[in-house]
Design a protein around this ligand. Structure first.
Ligand SMILES: Nc1ncnc2c1ncn2[C@@H]1O[C@H](COP(=O)(O)OP(=O)(O)OP(=O)(O)O)[C@@H](O)[C@H]1O
Ligand SMILES: O=P(O)(O)OC[C@H]1O[C@H](OP(=O)(O)OP(=O)(O)O)[C@H](O)[C@@H]1O
Length: 206
């Protein structure tokens, strides 16, 4: 049985494929997969899923390895080995608010996709806030008056800027990570050793 790698669909998928190709692996079956969600190559079985689902497949041993952003690991705390960072998917988590907005004295209202990260951030500051969970386009919340600020990912800063928001505080730099199922690392050590070493060093390891 070929080792199974779970990939986060979307921007990380594209960045991973460039990385995987740089390691001299054959990416054609992956690039030309169309809407397929499971693809086999010479060496691996790949599955394509949302970030949080990647961690579920790895945690339960359906996938031996996973490629996922550290934001997802911090938010959901899955029981997996968080092995090492990968050289793509770099971004930061930030608290942002509308440009020129006076930060209210009353209990602040914060909108985010990442409610656990938000809770922990303000707990560290000793502040109790009201948190609104959103699934995306979080920058709308301050604009529409739902929240005083947001906790969200910032990569280039363009989305904040184009929506009249500014960073108030950045608190977490991260990238894509390689994660592993706890048992797989023991049971499939030999089969996984070469690919893990290649990923860790970002070079071809034969
Ligand atoms: N600018 C960015 N915005 C969001 N995620 C980013 C960014 N840069 C890197 N990432 C990483 O990419 C991962 C997946 O982001 P992506 O936007 O593709 O999925 P998503 O947020 O689940 O989008 P959608 O909900 O539209 O499917 C994030 O968990 C994060 O680790
Ligand atoms: O700093 P930037 O380069 O502008 O990138 C940051 C934006 O990218 C993501 O949006 P995306 O549309 O990917 O996901 P969303 O559905 O969570 O908004 C994220 O949520 C920010 O809005």
């Amino acid at each position: 049985m070929k080792p199974c790698i779970a990939l986060t669909k979307g921007r990380l998928e594209k960045q991973f494929l460039d990385f995987f190709k740089s390691l001299s692996y054959d990416v054609d079956p992956l690039v030309n997969k169309g809407r397929k969600l499971r693809v086999e190559t010479d060496d691996f079985q790949f599955v394509f899923a949302k970030g949080v689902d990647v961690t579920t497949y790895v945690e339960h041993g359906i996938a031996d390895l996973g490629i996922v952003g550290e934001d997802i690991l911090a938010e959901f705390q899955p029981d997996v080995y968080n092995l090492f960072p990968l050289p793509f998917g770099q971004c930061r988590m930030a608290l942002a608010t509308e440009e020129g907005k006076v930060w209210p004295e009353r209990k602040r209202r914060i909108a985010s996709k990442y409610t656990n990260i938000t809770k922990e951030f303000f707990k560290q500051k000793g502040e109790s806030v009201e948190i609104f969970k959103l699934e995306g386009s979080v920058e709308l919340a301050p604009i529409l008056g739902l929240a005083d600020g947001i906790v969200d990912i910032v990569e280039t800063g363009n989305t904040l800027k184009e929506n009249g928001l500014v960073i108030k505080e950045e608190f977490f730099e991260f990238s894509a990570r390689c994660i592993a199922n706890r048992s797989s690392l023991k049971i499939k050590r030999d089969e996984l050793a070469t690919v893990i070493e290649s990923f860790r060093r970002g070079v071809v390891v034969k």
